[in-house]
Design a protein around this ligand. Structure first.
Ligand SMILES: [Zn+2]
Ligand SMILES: [Zn+2]
Length: 317
């Protein structure tokens, strides 16, 4: 059965706001200043931008954001890793105070400090960090994971779907985000390639943070998820015992494949594989949930190799 308290972002009131939640400026190793960064993302059609320079919060005072454009204060903090893996990259949002986490701080201390101040904490690019389950499992209280980091594409490691699934299967359900992690100027290879759609009624910092905290978002590097419906269904029959479950149906922009990814059993919807190779597309898929699973998430792939990821839908049986 659906886990109690889950809300379907595709049924929520409001509109989708396009967000880049990971951006650098000349305050750390970015190559454009804060005002230019904001102007470029606003001009490119984004609604929300988080400034996440390394080690310290970038002061937003004096910034002139276009009307309706939301800028979130934040930082990328780097506590050491006592569990054997590489240093963490934690994208921290909605905080105005943070200390350089390189010295002394245990990662759990950093997560607790940021969330204790009302902030959100995401594991950035875990595939690029070569993080394994041992690096996540001892930690708690974080908000989610970057499932896609466009900047890491230049290193061949943009997609952390496998690391997300490890985490989801073992440590509970948490939302994903897709980001640019931009350092170069607008138009560079690490800009405009990964974004998070946030469902909000208002264009405000508070609305964006509340929606992200509640998982009312999905991630994309191109294609769109247009609708996601869940209805009751029954498995079994024909002599086998019948079990109540759910059917998940999605509608998407034209794509090559629609995957339903679960900790138990998933599936792939595609046109006839030969037709898919020839360029045929689909725009709808459905999946009957296997009783006992903890989550199902939707991942879609278009013919240009770009993807979108729903957040995991949690189940409790
Ligand atoms: Zn990083
Ligand atoms: Zn970064």
């Amino acid at each position: 059965m659906l886990a109690p308290g889950w809300r379907n972002p595709f049924k929520a009131p409001g509109a989708w706001r396009k967000a880049n939640l990971h951006a650098h400026t000349t305050h750390s190793d970015g190559r454009v200043d804060l005002q230019t960064r904001v102007n470029e993302y606003a001009a490119a059609g984004w609604d929300v931008l988080a400034i996440t320079d390394h080690h310290a919060i970038t002061d937003l005072k004096g910034l002139q954001a276009p009307p309706g454009f939301v800028v979130l204060p934040g930082a990328e903090l780097h506590p050491g890793n006592p569990f054997g893996g590489d240093r963490y990259h934690l994208v921290c949002l909605n905080v105005e105070q943070a200390r350089d986490a390189r010295t002394a701080a245990h990662p759990q201390e950093v997560i607790d400090e940021v969330t204790g101040r009302g902030g959100l904490v995401y594991f950035a690019h875990p595939y690029w960090c070569k993080h394994k389950l041992r690096d996540f499992e001892p930690l708690s209280g974080y908000t989610g994971v970057e499932v896609y980091n466009h900047g890491c594409r230049d290193a061949g490691r943009p997609d952390s779907g496998a690391q997300w699934d490890d985490l989801l299967a073992q440590s509970g359900v948490c939302p994903g985000i897709a980001t640019d992690d931009c350092h170069g100027p607008g138009g560079a290879s690490d800009t405009y390639g990964g974004w998070t759609w946030i469902r909000t009624e208002e264009r405000s910092r508070e609305a964006a943070i509340e929606a992200l905290r509640g998982g009312m978002n999905y991630s994309s590097s191109g294609p769109e998820i247009l609708a996601l419906e869940i209805e009751d269904a029954v498995l079994g029959g024909n002599g086998k015992p019948q079990v109540a479950t759910h059917r998940i149906t999605v509608r998407t922009s034209p794509v090559r494949e629609i995957f339903f990814v679960s900790d138990v059993s998933g599936s792939c919807c595609e046109p006839d594989p030969e037709a898919a190779r020839g360029g045929a597309t689909i725009a709808e898929g459905s999946f009957v949930v296997r009783p006992g699973c903890r989550y199902v998430r939707v991942e879609i792939l278009d013919h240009a190799g770009r993807k979108a990821w729903s957040n995991p839908i949690p189940f409790a049986w």
